[in-house]
Design a protein around this ligand. Structure first.
Ligand SMILES: [Mg+2]
Length: 174
């Protein structure tokens, strides 16, 4: 798993239950509200600074997701995806990255086929046990509570790039 993390150049992830805690708030007009963790947003900014590209793949669609993705400059955003393997294959083709350079973070059964398609499969701590059992790595943090940041911190540290990225972004010695 450590070697796979060193190879990652494209970090793909599910949205609900990974970037959020999985709860979907619906108002009376049917609008969806979601909460994103700022630590994950900072992690995605760090990943981009390190030259990694990112992809969000969701079975749902919401304006909140599109707004957050735009804020963070997420490279690929796929919504309304009913089968995620064709989506990840499409992204791999566009990015010209082999499966061995792709990591994917998921939290539910729909994500498991993707786990078997990419080089590094990651489940969040809050994923059901059957999903966690299919992943090469399980985060300590729950979805929506910094799990994506945890993954990015570890990948950048294993790639030896964490210090340089933080130095570039925050201009201080670590
Ligand atoms: Mg999910």
């Amino acid at each position: 798993m450590w070697q796979q993390a060193r190879n990652v150049r494209l970090l793909a992830m599910d949205i609900d239950g990974v970037l959020t805690d999985g709860r979907i708030w619906l108002d009376l007009q049917g609008n969806e509200l979601k909460t994103f963790h700022v630590h994950d947003g900072q992690g995605i900014a760090m990943a981009h600074r390190a030259g990694l590209r990112t992809a969000w793949i969701s079975g749902r669609a919401s304006a909140a997701v599109r707004r957050r993705a735009t804020e963070l400059g997420v490279t690929w955003v796929y919504e309304n995806v009913k089968a995620k393997v064709p989506a990840i294959r499409d992204i791999m083709q566009q990015s010209q990255e082999p499966a061995s350079a792709v990591a994917y973070i998921g939290d539910d059964l729909i994500d498991v086929p993707v786990f078997h398609t990419v080089g590094l499969s990651i489940a969040v701590a809050s994923a059901p046990p059957d999903v966690r059992a299919q992943a090469a790595w399980v985060t300590r943090s729950a979805g929506g509570a910094g799990a994506v940041r945890e993954v990015i911190d570890l990948i950048l540290r294993l790639q030896g790039r964490w210090d340089a990225v933080v130095q570039e972004l925050f201009g201080t010695d670590w």
